[in-house]
Design a protein around this ligand. Structure first.
Ligand SMILES: NC(=O)c1ccc[n+]([C@@H]2O[C@H](COP(=O)([O-])OP(=O)(O)OC[C@H]3O[C@@H](n4cnc5c(N)ncnc54)[C@H](O)[C@@H]3O)[C@@H](O)[C@H]2O)c1
Length: 250
């Protein structure tokens, strides 16, 4: 897969799946924009990638910040070939226990963030003759999972929005696809382990969600994202690629 001369924006790429994805794109020759609400971590990650990669502080839920980032990237690099809408987070709760403000905040990042970044990037891609967008969904959108109502709903929206955008923009040469990761050992889970009464028991429970009895690695999701963004996936349009160690078929 050759991304030499290509410009790639990965949101939420100061950590976890996004960080691994940014690294893999850079190793394939891309100039990567490490876009994250944690500006200093984004700068640090971009510095580690080297080459023409840059860090950019952006909250994907804020239209003005997203517009400014896209203008900066288009002006600096002259093009945007790939957008990975990866920024997201989750928390526990069902529809009775979740507070309205928490629901709104999660939806504004996990779902509205995909809308806003795509809204501003697609015209740039269309003008240059095409591009690829990969959204990070979740295996939970396909099967449901207890005590994560807002998160599962947001990722269901991401899968549906992937299909809608794929149809709307195929004629512009823009392919839109989604990766649905299983349970991946990212720093998000390190924080949860640190807070757990019994971290080892929690880790085992998460490992045992999959028939392979382990959590996935961020690098294993990065491989799928980079493939979907590459010319090798030229006939993948509106698809959701599940990479979950078999959790959703178990
Ligand atoms: N880890 C898993 O098991 C798993 C499973 C399925 C899907 N996912 C999805 O993968 C994506 C990445 O998750 P991760 O596990 O690598 O998490 P992570 O917490 O390690 O990384 C998420 C990154 O997103 C950034 N971010 C959060 N809100 C943002 C905002 N408003 N604007 C810009 N950046 C923001 C954070 O600063 C962080 O750097 C998320 O969309 C998540 O829902 C994760």
């Amino acid at each position: 897969m050759d991304f030499e001369g290509k410009v790639v924006i990965v949101t939420g790429s100061a950590s976890g799946i996004g960080r691994a994805t940014a690294g893999l794109f850079a190793r394939h020759g891309a100039s990567v924009v490490v876009a994250d609400v944690d500006g200093s971590a984004a700068e640090k990650a971009a510095g580690e990638l080297g080459g023409r990669s840059i860090g950019c502080k952006v909250d994907v839920s804020k239209d003005s910040e997203v517009r400014t980032m896209v203008e900066l990237v288009a002006d600096s690099f002259g093009r945007i070939d790939v957008l990975v809408n990866n920024a997201g987070f989750g928390f526990r709760g069902n529809v009775v226990s979740i507070a309205e403000d928490d629901w709104d905040r999660l939806m504004s990042v996990n779902l509205k963030g995909v809308f806003l970044c795509s809204k501003h990037v697609i015209p740039v891609m269309a003008k240059q003759g095409g591009g690829a967008i990969v959204n990070t969904g979740s295996y939970t959108a396909g099967i449901g999972i207890a005590d994560r109502a807002a998160y599962v709903a947001s990722k269901g929206g991401v899968v549906s929005l992937t299909r809608a955008m794929a149809l709307d923009h195929a004629a512009d040469g823009i392919r839109v696809n989604c990766v649905a990761p299983g349970t991946i050992h990212s720093p998000y889970f390190d924080k949860m382990f640190a807070q757990a009464a019994d971290p080892a028991a929690m880790k085992k429970e998460l490992d045992d969600r999959a028939p392979v009895h382990r959590m996935g690695r961020p690098e294993e999701i990065a491989e799928a994202i980079v493939w979907l963004a590459s010319d090798k996936a030229s006939f993948a349009v509106g698809s959701t690629l599940t990479v979950d160690g078999g959790t959703s078929i178990w």
